[in-house]
Write a protein that binds this ligand. Structure first.
Ligand code: ADP
Ligand code: MG
Ligand code: MG
Length: 875
């Protein structure tokens, strides 16, 4: 019979896919002989089975779960559902990849009205027993029945006020008993039935709730942001309870073996005495630093340190651990490779290599390439910072500098970001529902919570600057205003946060770009030793190009020439060109543009020295350049010596129903060859002059966009060659140049063999290729894609992460057919995907020569390419 349930004594570290990360590590720690409350894991396969069965847990799985309970009863010497001394368990989710805070845990399961009394007697601690029961009612109602937590929090707050106490630990046994009655009453009122008393029913409902939580909206969002497939499912861990809320010699905490923010050596953590579960991270009471435990409970501290060190040695990586102390006895509840900021990841990777614990290769695979993005974020300009007014200081929860406008809800933050604003999200505390607003924000500020609060953990994961636990703030989220350091800040006001120091500044402080140095530089150096893919960049200004080269780019994969036309000096000239009805008129306008374009290319070649640059000819639909304001229209009419009416009519004629599929790309060169001629002249003259002046060996790469047919390429190529040869003759140069094309229309991919006979290189324009393959435009897809994610039709944004099944297949076809005809065909990718690690892995696998991405993604691409090379070697 298939095994759906594994006791912690049966599981192994290697069974992560089946048992989830938490379950596999609990089993592994059990076999290391560590103090782990025993339990069992219901497999991820059982979760998949539940969904395949129309959300039903099969009889076989149920009976294996109850078998697990029987075995656990033997281990613990207690009976589940016993009225005098009940076995209580926690029900915890745990998928293959850790998804912190994404799925909820239920504690103290097995209590009911009768057994709580037995429990009170047995432990001789009624206060503790009632506290456990009221927590269970609240968690069960929230997680299983999806009753809002606010009902219970409201009742608790009222009770505290009524009794005149500040913390829930100040409530007496009698108070808590009263609280339980109120909790049960509201449960009955809202759910229309009594709170379930049968522990078996409680358990199965909880298991199902964990399975269901795999598909809650925040889990779906988190998976999409972290490339986690939806078909992995989650395991469920059922574990006997230990209690941190039994009094002053009990407590619960979280700790890291190294500092997750900086990577510094030494234990780093927080705990609370007389607390349970999530109290530490929920920011309800302010936790104590782990060093304090040495004074509070020295024996526990010693043992804790020994185990922590042992775990780091064992997993050879920084660990994030959860522990509970029950009446002076220490238990470990979880360990995993800790999430960390990018600076910490780099330092830890280098340190572990230096300590001889891991190899360079291992170090490279440990770092999340995407997270390097954080390091490429700005810091505050030193001078501007000095002038800034400090409002206050709190915990530096996630490093980086951020300045922007204040918003008070996740929803508002999201909207503001869509409008293109820089957002600072200010909250009392964050919760998982805020995740999208948090990702929209440049910086996050919370009033409550410690270094391991939800806001802090999530912000570090996202690389967003975060300051937490600023208790001095007086905030009204409803009125969208807060007070700090004598200032009143309202929605839309500017605020600046330094997540590295925890200092909060008034106003919009200037930020400066980051550079690659120290540990970062070392990791980049190692990456370059392993990767085989070349990394180019998409840049069309000398400044961007220089920046990209500083970040390690080896050339330009995409220089978009239209960007060179949008300059206020130049746009009138291109408008003149577009509106001219004759070839002569266009040529005249173009001749004015030639000098500009040539100067731009010269500047680019000078920065690049001998690195390659692929210049893409004019691509967008012409109407993008057309004037819309009256002022511009009048100016143009004057300049061209025609009537305003004529300008308007011509502009209207340029209107297209579907510009994405309209008169653009090489179609412009076919209809207006003079454009391609001008651009060819600009490229060639620039290259030849720089070659002659500086002695650089430049080979211009000319790229014709949006080709769908070989004859089309032949046609445009002939125009380019004719002009190029003429320029060479005029300038007495024998310069070599290459002509290639973008592959961005599915037809071009399918007929790549024909097209390759005319091309020196292909560059996959995966933005267009994706939209043409899916048949929806990148600019409109945002409106409906959210619905697609929530309906589980799509798991990720095909414009962010290359669709390997469809678009990827077209690329593979084109690579294969292209190389068959032209074995020396140079192949690259220049869409947004060029900077996405999972897409880079694909590019490496199918044998592209290079990926080209935006300058700030170059370091990410370098590391991702190294990881891809290391992974492919292992296969
Ligand atoms: P998450 O994945 O969100 O961290 P966990 O399953 O780790 O959720 O549970 C959250 C917290 O609940 C733990 O950190 C621990 O403090 C507490 N907890 C879970 N199981 C037990 C248990 N068996 N005994 C005592 N506390 C527990
Ligand atoms: Mg946990
Ligand atoms: Mg394109």
């Amino acid at each position: 019979m298939k095994k759906w349930v594994y006791m912690f004594t049966e599981g192994k570290a290697e069974m992560k896919n089946l048992l989830g990360g938490k379950g596999a590590n609990l089993a592994d720690m059990t076999s290391l002989g560590l103090p782990i409350p025993q339990g069992f894991t219901v497999t991820t396969e059982a979760c998949i089975d539940y969904y395949d069965n129309g959300k039903v847990v099969s009889d076989v799985i149920q009976s294996q779960v109850f078998d697990g309970i029987s075995k656990l009863e033997v281990i613990q010497g207690k009976k589940f559902g016993d009225t005098c001394d009940p076995l209580l368990v926690s029900v915890r989710s745990g998928s293959r990849a850790s998804m912190p805070g994404m799925m909820d845990t239920i504690l103290n399961l097995g209590l009911n009205d009768v057994s709580v009394e037995g429990f009170a007697n047995k432990t001789n601690n009624p206060r503790f027993a009632y506290d456990s029961y009221r927590r269970f009612i609240q968690m069960f109602s929230d997680v299983v029945m999806e009753m809002s937590k606010t009902f219970f929090e409201g009742i608790l707050d009222d009770m505290k006020e009524e009794k005149g106490v500040q913390f829930d630990t100040d409530l007496t046994a009698g108070d808590l008993k009263e609280l339980i009655e109120k909790y049960k009453a509201i449960y009955k009122e809202k759910m229309g039935e009594d709170f379930p008393q049968d522990p078996k029913k409680q358990l199965m409902e909880a298991v199902k709730a964990v399975f269901r939580s795999w598909d809650n909206p925040r889990a779906i969002v988190y998976r999409r942001m972290n490339d986690i497939p939806g078909d992995w499912g989650t395991a469920v861990n059922v574990q006997s309870m230990v209690f941190g809320n039994m009094g002053e010699t009990s407590g619960t905490g979280v700790a890291f073996t190294r500092n997750p923010s900086t990577g510094d050596e030494g234990i780093y953590g927080e705990y609370l005495i007389n607390a349970q579960g999530e109290d530490v991270v929920a920011g309800i009471r302010t936790p104590l630093s782990i060093e304090k435990l040495e004074q509070d409970l020295p024996e526990c501290y010693k043992e804790f340190m020994q185990i922590a060190n042992k775990l780091e040695e064992h997993y050879k990586d920084m660990q994030d651990m959860e522990f509970t102390i029950q009446e002076g006895k220490l238990f470990f509840l979880q360990t995993r490779n800790g999430k960390r900021t990018a600076p910490a990841a780099l330092k830890i990777a280098c340190d572990l290599v230096d300590e001889g614990k891991i190899t360079k290769e291992e170090a490279l695979t440990r770092i999340d390439a995407k997270s390097l993005d954080q390091l490429l974020h700005p810091t505050f300009d030193v001078a501007a910072l000095k002038a800034g007014k400090v409002l206050g200081k709190a915990l530096p929860a996630s490093p980086g500098a951020a300045a922007g406008k204040v918003y008070f809800t996740a929803e508002d933050a999201k909207e503001a970001e869509k409008r293109g604003e820089r957002v600072i999200l200010v909250r009392l505390e964050t919760s998982p529902e805020d995740i999208e607003g948090m990702s929209a924000a440049k910086g996050i500020l919370t009033v409550r919570g410690g270094m391991t609060s939800h806001a802090a953990v999530v912000a570090r994961g996202m690389g967003t600057a975060c300051i937490s636990g600023c208790g001095e703030i007086k905030i009204s989220e409803v009125n969208k205003v807060f007070e700090l350091g004598g200032e009143v800040i309202r929605e839309g006001d500017y605020l600046s946060l330094d997540g590295s120091t925890g200092i909060i500044y008034l106003g919009d402080i200037k930020t400066v770009e980051a550079s690659v140095s120290g540990y970062f530089a070392r990791i980049m150096e190692w990456s370059d030793q392993y990767r085989t893919l070349q990394i180019r960049t998409n840049a069309d200004t000398p400044k961007d190009a220089a920046n990209a080269i500083k970040l390690g780019a080896q050339g330009i994969g995409l220089c978009r020439t239209e960007h060179m036309f949008f300059d206020p000096d130049r746009i009138p000239k291109i408008r003149k060109m577009i509106l001219s009805c004759s070839v002569e008129g266009r040529e005249e306008a173009l001749s004015e543009l030639l000098e500009f374009q040539k100067a731009d290319f010269k500047a680019m070649y000078e920065v690049l020295k001998e690195m390659p640059m692929t210049v893409r000819y004019l691509d967008p639909p012409l109407h993008e350049f057309v004037p819309t304001s009256d002022e511009d229209i009048i100016a143009l009419a004057e300049d061209m010596n025609i009537t305003v009416e004529e300008v308007r009519i011509t502009c209207e004629n340029l209107h297209e129903f579907n510009p994405m599929m309209g008169h653009r790309g090489c179609r412009l060169a076919v209809t207006y060859p003079e454009i391609a001629k001008m651009q060819t002249r600009a490229v060639l003259e620039a290259a030849i002059e720089v070659k002659q002046e500086k002695g650089y060996n430049i080979i211009p790469e000319i790229m014709i966009p949006l080709i769908c047919e070989k004859k089309e390429l032949q046609y445009v190529k002939a125009i380019v060659i004719e002009t190029a040869e003429q320029v060479k003759k005029e300038m007495n140069s024998d310069i070599e140049y290459h002509i290639g094309t973008m592959i961005e229309i599915p037809r071009a991919a399918l007929l790549a063999d024909e097209i390759a006979s005319e091309a020196k290189f292909f560059s996959f324009g995966t933005n267009d290729l994706t939209q043409m393959t899916y048949g929806f435009s990148r600019d409109d897809a945002g409106k409906f894609l959210d619905c697609y994610y929530m309906s589980k039709i799509f798991e990720s944004d095909p414009f962010a992460r290359l669709d390997l099944n469809g678009v990827g297949q077209l690329i593979e076809i084109a690579v294969k057919k292209g190389r068959e005809v032209n074995p020396n065909l140079k192949l690259g990718i220049c869409g947004e995907h060029g900077g996405d690690p999972s897409s880079i892995e694909f590019c490496n696998r199918i044998g592209l020569d290079y990926v080209s991405c935006s300058p700030f993604r170059v370091p990410i691409a370098r590391l991702a390419a190294a990881q891809a090379a290391i992974a492919s070697e292992k296969m």
